[in-house]
Design a protein around this ligand. Structure first.
Ligand code: GPV
Length: 841
């Protein structure tokens, strides 16, 4: 407020206020200006990367103007805001998205052409912002797009990693990880060197009594690290709303401590301190669905949570409202348990720093937070050791113990003399060492807990969180089935299909109301429409075939059936079953006479995905896929009938090319293990069919599109436990076709069998935890049905179009509206340009 320009000088400001470019000329002027000034280049040395940079900067400037107005508007309106806390935001590229969302891609295309560039080439210059591992991080990115597009006042909070997810190279069939140093040039962020927060670590707790005789705790000593804010504007589609993603970067605090070292001549060690502080936000942990309990990871979590809460609380305090109104102005959503310390931090701020009574504070905390669970896999449920938290965050550990004490006391009152129950639900696991169960803390400290697809939400209620349903009642637990943004995953990734759909559904309205896709059903039999549809799919396949040729050297035929499985490599996702199936297909083809072979349907098996660097089995799977490809792709008997390719470095921008080119994609997790899956939705939305298990969102996709339009197979979630038990305690006979595949691997057909011994024995000798053998027969049979169905191209096309028409439910807009109404209690802030004035008082 004190930085606000006084009335007499405002006239000058208003006279010179910047406005965004409005036409092609204005756009070109900005591009040239950035080339000549920001980039210090000229028309004599402007390559595609400089053109990208200048174009991105022109759009960035445009976005930040709307960003400013949006923040003003939301402050003026005193709206309740939602804060989405996520350690991962898998944003991908920003330029194409920004141009489409502000409705100026055509203008930019024409402008760039006049300046000598093709817009497609310029877009390709951008490095993905890959601050995430997989589905969880991409979900956060889709949510930001929907929040802005629906005009919700919302901020994302995350970490500004210097290194995002590693770049994957495939060398001799093995995955090699290369660091992703992406900040070299990032035009999409605004450093806010004036927005900083000092974050404390270590130290000790001092107890004292105040004048009224109340015990007060203060956390003192230890060391301080500075959090610096970097803001990334998030433009909504076809709306001026431009929300904020605030990412925190760590650096050394310039406190007295450093100075003393410096003065005493210990310059080297003060530089070392500097570097140590910077390591906090240096690197994204590359694990998906796995908790490794590393100290630096806990430091990241607290650093990010404490900076974000300080920021949120600072904003609330400006309003001068009483604390009890905090939950009326602030909703905080926890993307998995990674930000659970926020619950403890808010309680600490309210009790220790603001002097509220424990119960009053706790009430505010619980009403502020919501927690989303994304997995039931035991190895992914976060636990932190008590000694580690004690060391790093001594006051927080005390608060956790107090929260647990009061919680267990209330459970004891509700269910007297039930020690087993107390042990089961306790936030502290009485192990050696003791562990803090973050999911339990998140449940106790939130007013709503949700799963991400119906089956998953049912499973958490009946398995891992069963006792909490007894304690808190069923209403605390809810489902919000995941969704995807149709802007990026249809309009941007598949512009021709988007245009065709627009021509039949009455314009672009389906991009903001995806249920309008249903109008497509009227055209299922329209000859011309079908022809165009098929042409678009074919063109997308041609484009992917070119990419495959360029990156792997393998020639694939665009008329073959493209069978795609792209996602993180994980045993529960069962890429091993897919490659075993491909081997089976190969052996079957080899055993045929040339005449028989002629009648077979050509197929391309396409894989992509990263393995966590420490996940040995996942790396073995990648290796086998590549080795199978090396054999099959060079077998003269086979030719086009089967190709197996592994696409290097699967990421968001590659997904935008791969997904629209798929005929069938694989979502084949062991039933009950994939919480939702979101690429399944993307593939169907782009006119591909899917083969899948009855798991995650596959089930709801089936309900929406009809069971004739999906290829389901395999055991059901309800039977998994019994089957696992039978493997371990009964006799376990391996499926005969699978045994044949194993024999071939062991004969050395695909390289040294020792390299794949782990994969084979996990199924054959170690209990087949993921039920590969149990599902294999059904998997092969269903693939035979896929072949058969694909032979009838007309029927196939009907299935594809019908499915797209019925995908309206899976927009992340629907999903965000459900969160807004059922969990956050927030309303959109509709933009009324006339009401807007220059600045808040
Ligand atoms: I926990 N998910 C992820 O990508 N990484 C994780 O560490 C965890 C969950 C995923 C689930 O595996 C998907 O089923 C789900 O669709 C996605 O989160 C978004 O909810």
């Amino acid at each position: 407020v004190e930085a606000s320009i006084p009335e007499p000088q405002r006239e000058a400001w208003l006279k010179h206020q910047t406005s965004p470019f409005k036409d092609k000329d204005g756009f070109e002027r900005e591009v040239v200006r950035h080339v000549e000034t920001t980039l210090a280049r000229s028309l004599y040395n402007c390559d595609e990367s400089a053109a990208y940079a200048a174009c991105a900067l022109a759009f960035r400037d445009r976005l930040i103007l709307e960003w400013n107005r949006t923040q003003q508007r939301q402050t003026f309106a005193d709206s309740k805001r939602v804060y989405y806390l996520s350690l991962e935001f898998l944003m991908g590229r920003a330029l194409d998205n920004a141009m489409l969302n502000v409705g100026q891609k055509d203008l930019a295309k024409a402008g760039l052409a006049e300046l000598g560039f093709r817009i497609e080439d310029v877009i390709q210059q951008e490095h993905d912002a890959a601050l995430g591992n997989g589905g969880l991080g991409r979900l956060a990115a889709c949510f930001l797009d929907s929040l802005a597009s629906l005009n919700y006042p919302a901020w994302g909070y995350g970490l500004r990693y210097r290194y995002g997810i590693f770049k994957q190279e495939i060398i001799d069939g093995y995955q090699v990880e290369v660091p992703d140093y992406w900040l070299d040039f990032n035009p999409w962020e605004f450093p806010r060197h004036d927005v900083t927060v000092d974050i404390q670590f270590y130290g000790h707790v001092v107890k004292s009594t105040d004048e009224s005789g109340k015990t007060v705790c203060r956390w003192e000593g230890g060391e301080t690290v500075k959090a610096v804010a970097y803001d990334v504007p998030i433009p909504g589609y076809d709306t001026p709303t431009t929300n904020n993603l605030r990412l925190w970067s760590s650096k050394a605090a310039s406190g007295e401590f450093d100075f003393q070292k410096f003065n005493s001549g210990d310059y080297e060690s003060s530089v070392a301190d500097q570097q140590r502080a910077e390591t906090i936000s240096a690197v994204l942990y590359p694990n998906d669905n796995l908790d490794r309990g590393k100290e630096l990871r806990l430091k990241q979590q607290y650093f990010w949570v404490a900076a974000s809460l300080y920021d949120i609380v600072r904003r609330f305090k400006k309003s001068k409202r009483p604390w009890k109104e905090f939950p009326d102005k602030v909703a905080i959503q926890l993307n998995d348990t990674h930000p659970t310390l926020a619950i403890v931090e808010l309680q600490r701020i309210l009790v220790d720093l603001e002097g509220l009574e424990w119960d009053e504070a706790w009430n505010i905390v619980v009403n502020t937070f919501g927690y989303t669970n994304h997995t039931v896999l035991p190895e992914a449920l976060e636990k932190w050791s008590v000694p580690l938290i004690q060391h790093l965050l001594p006051r927080h550990l005390q608060i956790i113990y107090d929260v647990n004490l009061f919680f267990l006391q209330s459970v004891e009152r509700q269910f007297p003399n039930n020690r087993d129950l107390l042990r089961e639900v306790s936030i502290i696991e009485e192990s050696q060492p003791k562990m803090v169960r973050m999911a339990h803390l998140a449940i106790v400290g939130s007013h709503k807990v949700n799963g991400v697809a119906e089956l998953h939400s049912d499973l958490i209620k009946t398995t891992i969180f069963k006792d909490f349903v007894e304690i808190f009642g069923p209403d605390k637990f809810t489902n919000v089935t995941n969704g995807i943004t149709p802007r990026r995953w249809l309009h941007q990734a598949n512009p021709r299909l988007s245009e065709l759909i627009a021509s039949k559904t009455g314009g672009k309205g389906f991009l903001t109301d995806l249920t309008l896709l249903s109008k497509l059903e009227l055209y299922v039999d329209d000859k011309e429409f079908r022809k165009e549809w098929a042409e678009i799919k074919y063109a997308n396949k041609v484009r992917l075939a070119k990419h495959i040729k360029a990156t792997t050297g393998v020639t694939v035929s665009p008329s073959a059936l493209f069978d795609v499985q792209v996602k993180r490599i994980h045993e529960y996702k069962r890429q091993q079953m897919n490659i075993f199936g491909a081997i089976h297909r190969y052996l079957t083809l080899k055993a045929m006479t040339p005449e028989e072979r002629q009648k077979q349907l050509p197929r391309v098996s396409i894989f992509g995905g990263k393995a966590a660097p420490g996940y040995w089995m996942a790396k073995q799977i990648i290796h086998l896929i590549n080795n199978v490809g090396a054999v099959v792709n060079n077998d003269k008997d086979i030719g086009d009938l089967l190709k197996v390719v592994f696409l290097e470095d699967y990421n968001v921008s590659k997904a935008e090319m791969i997904i629209p080119a798929s005929d069938i994609s694989e979502h084949i997790s062991t039933a009950g293990t994939e919480a939702s899956g979101t690429s399944n939705m993307k593939f169907v939305l782009n006119g591909g069919l899917i083969i899948g298990t009855c798991d995650g969102a596959n089930i709801e996709i089936t309900r929406e599109i009809g069971e004739n339009n999906i290829f389901l197979f395999g055991n059901l979630a309800e039977d998994v436990e019994e089957l696992r038990h039978a493997h371990l305690y009964g006799q376990h006979t391996i499926d005969a076709d699978l045994a044949r595949v194993f024999d071939e691997i062991e004969r050395g057909t695909f390289g040294n069998p020792q390299d794949f011994a782990g994969m084979v024995s996990a199924v054959r000798d170690h209990g087949d935890y993921y039920l590969v053998s149990d599902d294999f027969h059904s998997y092969l049979e269903t693939h035979a049905l896929v072949d058969e169905a694909y032979r009838d191209q007309e029927q196939w096309l009907t299935k594809c179009i019908t499915s797209v028409a019925r995908m309206g439910f899976f927009s992340s807009d629907r999903c965000i509206n459900e969160y807004a109404e059922g969990i956050w209690n927030i309303e959109p802030l509709v933009v009324d340009r006339d009401k807007e004035t220059a600045a808040p008082k």
